[in-house]
Design a binder for this molecule. Structure first.
Ligand SMILES: [Zn+2]
Ligand SMILES: [Zn+2]
Ligand SMILES: [Zn+2]
Length: 378
């Protein structure tokens, strides 16, 4: 793929998987006091491969979870109901009638990240710097608090609660899409210190950027090439083949399919795709959200039982804001358990070494029985 043709691209700092968390926080903490803050975050482009990074000094100040210590009690957790003052003012919340903003009574609550990678106010001010390119780090960085009580696993919530979380993702994307400075919204979740989480209370994040992230751009370019050649969406073809072969299937419902991809980069990597072609997550239908709540709970429960509560990330890959429905790209969720460490070879080459064949991972997940009928609820 000729890189010169690519538009602006972005990756998040210091993390090969680009999930937006810095892994070496504890070591960074030692030097955090000496770092001189930038007035606002900055986006800088590597002129060789076209990769963008975010320089965001505020991130160095954020709290680091102490791995050796027990989970924080709900009284000291800023994400628990009753501690609303510990977070910035809420952007949106699904709450019981009569309850007030920034007070208890909510089931799902969205707040700006206290230590944002990007900031919402200001102009992009794209500019050159000798041979380099940079712009102001304009964007949004929000945190979705998934439950009012101190629960660390999304899989322990009810299917209905998970559906509300999916609706909140959609609502935020629809809203932020109206901002002409912003082109891409990435919803992701970090669970466990090894996956970059700094707080244990179940939450996910949304980072909205003025640039299409490099990983999405590469997927879209590959899917476009397939579409130009065969006239079909490669994800739709993949769904058809996986459903027919069934050996990599984790589960299938009327509207979704979950499978371990043929070229899984990581052990137990699992993709979740809507069966009906749709390029934009925010165009999801109610009947699909109902189904996806069940699929998310089932897949995460299976992973937690099978792998004894691993650290994991999930990300939603969807199309850029400034595109209409695309025939070649198909939104999906990638769930990545963090069982192996990305090391020098992977960093240096972009190859991944996966010790578990996806057929075996899928078979183990299929065979893990779960009961999704229960769950904690507000
Ligand atoms: Zn909490
Ligand atoms: Zn498709
Ligand atoms: Zn993807």
């Amino acid at each position: 793929m000729p890189r010169r043709r690519q538009r602006l691209r972005l990756c998040f700092p210091a993390n090969l998987q680009h999930y937006g968390e810095i892994e070496m926080d504890e070591n960074l903490k030692g030097v955090a006091g000496a770092i001189k803050g930038l007035a606002i975050p900055e986006l800088r482009k590597d002129p060789i491969v076209g990769r963008w990074v975010i320089i965001a000094t505020e991130r160095a100040k954020r709290p680091v979870s102490q791995k050796q210590e027990p989970f924080p009690e709900s009284s000291s957790c800023p994400f628990c109901a009753g501690n609303e003052k510990e977070t910035p003012h809420e952007i949106i919340a699904y709450r019981s009638r009569g309850s007030r903003q920034d007070e208890p009574g909510w089931r799902v609550r969205v707040v700006p990240n206290k230590y944002p990678a990007l900031q919402i106010e200001g102009d992009l001010n794209k500019r050159g710097d000798g041979i380099y390119d940079r712009m102001n780090g304009i964007g949004a960085h929000e945190v979705i608090l998934e439950c009012p009580f101190h629960e660390t696993s999304l899989a322990n919530l009810t299917e209905d609660n998970i559906r509300e979380i999916l609706w909140v993702y959609r609502d935020r994307l629809v809203d932020l899409k109206k901002d002409p400075r912003l082109v891409y919204g990435m919803v992701f979740k970090n669970v466990g210190a090894a996956a970059g989480a700094s707080l244990e209370h179940s939450h996910s994040q949304l980072i909205v950027t003025p640039i299409v992230p490099i990983n999405v751009w590469e997927e879209m370019t590959g899917a476009m090439e397939f579409y130009n050649y065969r006239g079909r969406c490669i994800y739709c073809d993949m769904i058809y083949q996986e459903a027919s072969a069934s050996k990599r299937i984790v589960m299938e419902t009327p509207h979704f399919i979950a499978f371990c991809p043929y070229a899984s980069r990581f052990p137990f990597e699992t993709w979740i795709l809507p069966k009906v072609h749709n390029s934009h997550f925010e165009n999801i239908q109610k009947i699909e959200v109902d189904d996806l709540g069940t699929v998310m709970k089932t897949v995460l429960m299976k992973l937690e039982i099978c792998l004894e509560r691993p650290a994991y990330n999930y990300i939603i890959h969807t199309s850029p804001f400034d595109t209409q429905s695309l025939p070649h790209y198909h939104w999906h969720i990638e769930v990545i358990p963090r069982l192996t460490r990305v090391a020098g070879f992977e960093w240096g080459t972009g190859f991944y070494i996966n010790p578990v064949p996806p057929e075996q991972a899928a078979s183990m997940l299929r065979d893990t029985a779960v009961d999704v009928s229960g769950g904690r609820t507000a």
